[in-house]
Design a protein around this ligand. Structure first.
Ligand code: SF4
Ligand code: SF4
Length: 383
């Protein structure tokens, strides 16, 4: 396994981190739950084969992910790894809730400290409240008391908001969505440079864009096949991110031992290092991106000029998920992503057709109508 510095913190983390949002699951009576036996095997294998960064959140797997991770790391493994977890603002009704939720998280994780504690999913709808309530000041108290070691945030939004959030507080880490299709979306490629300049450890989520990049379309596969060195679509997607020297760890939500072993192998190669991409490889990945971008979808650029919606609809997120479902010809990952958006109160079913958003869209998208289409296609996931 290759290791990288974690921002200004005086330790190194594995370039591959295990995201505990896609643990193996069992379905019973139209309900899903984590398959503990398989999840324990996966987590313990990761912790004993070089992975030392584990990411979870209060809400993952119906709020059971932290407990599963805590149980899996019992018996000495916890001390060998870094644990990052997150609390979302929609669980922080009062300042006292923030502490209660953290105490509960520590119990579930069977630990008396967290290595990194994040504010979960800062986005255009909740940033104002987070800043006004100075939630990071509450986190500072936890750090003084030894309950957490570092303060960070995870982010879904555009580059302007990302710069604002980064400038508002001396965060020790940030977690952003990036992959070879998002270089000009979400926080954008520039965010990687910005976080690096500030010495803020950078953790990447959705490196395979919900798993969609793991299976190439016919055209994309032919682009990959044209290159003299043969690599799987998964390895190409990871190499794109490994190339950035600012990136500390790349989270992958692995659900099977096969995926875990394949990824450990990729991240352990001597060439899987910052600066690994040649100019020919960069050109190849630009062609891959262009091929995906050419697929006809809702022409949303993710600019967020239409947001915040007064009723909380996360418009750009709904369109991004719907577009991915079309692009990758696979609705399940987007439906799951939409389920999370729904639990955060951002689903398109909340649209009251007030029309406040439509006039702001530079793409001229019929937002109200297209939200209905996206909602119809993405609703109904069982977590
Ligand atoms: S039309 Fe719907 S999505 Fe647009 S601002 Fe109004 S409620 Fe929000
Ligand atoms: S719907 Fe239009 S305004 Fe809203 S994020 Fe997409 S492109 Fe931007």
């Amino acid at each position: 396994m290759n290791y990288r510095p974690f921002g200004k913190n005086n330790y190194q983390v594995s370039a591959l981190g295990l995201g505990c949002m896609r643990l193996p699951r069992i379905f019973e009576n139209n309900q899903a739950r984590v398959d503990e036996e398989k999840a324990f095997e996966l987590i313990r294998y990761a912790a004993t084969h070089g992975i030392n960064y584990f990411d979870t959140a209060l809400t993952y797997h119906n709020s059971t992910s932290e407990e599963v991770l805590g149980k899996a790391l019992e018996g000495g493994l916890r001390k060998q790894v870094k644990i990052a977890t997150k609390q979302p603002v929609w669980f922080m009704h009062t300042q006292a809730d923030i502490r209660r939720n953290l105490e509960n998280t520590l119990k579930k994780l069977r630990t008396d400290y967290l290595d990194i504690y994040l504010i979960h999913n800062i986005n255009p709808s909740c940033w104002k409240e987070i800043r006004q309530r100075e939630i990071f000041r509450e986190y500072e108290k936890f750090r003084e008391e030894g309950m957490i070691k570092s303060i960070g945030f995870s982010f879904h939004g555009g580059p302007q908001l990302f710069s604002e959030v980064l400038a508002a507080y001396p965060w020790e880490m940030c977690q952003v969505q990036q992959n070879l299709l998002d270089t000009d979306k979400e926080a954008t490629e520039n965010a990687i440079a910005l976080a690096g300049q500030k010495g803020c450890a950078l953790v990447i989520m959705e490196p395979l864009r919900g798993g969609g990049l793991a299976q190439a379309t016919k055209e994309v596969q032919s682009i990959y096949d044209s290159f003299p060195v043969k690599r799987s679509p998964v390895e190409w997607a990871f190499r794109h991110l490994l190339n950035y020297h600012q990136v500390s760890t790349i989270l992958s939500g692995m659900s099977t031992m096969e995926q875990l072993k394949e990824n450990i192998e990729i991240f352990s190669r001597p060439e899987s290092l910052p600066g690994c991409l040649s100019s020919e490889e960069k050109a190849l990945l630009n062609r891959v991106k262009a091929s995906y971008d050419a697929i006809n979808t809702i022409p949303c650029t993710g600019c967020e000029y239409c947001m915040p919606c007064p009723h909380g609809v996360n418009i750009s997120r709904a369109f991004a998920l719907y577009n991915d479902a079309l692009r990758f010809e696979n609705f399940a990952p987007s439906q799951r992503g939409y389920w999370f958006t729904t639990t955060m109160g951002g689903d398109a079913g909340r649209c009251k057709e007030c029309g406040a958003c439509t006039q702001h869209c530079p793409q001229g998208i019929d937002i109200i109508q297209q939200l209905k289409v996206a909602h119809q296609a993405l609703k109904g996931w069982i977590e």
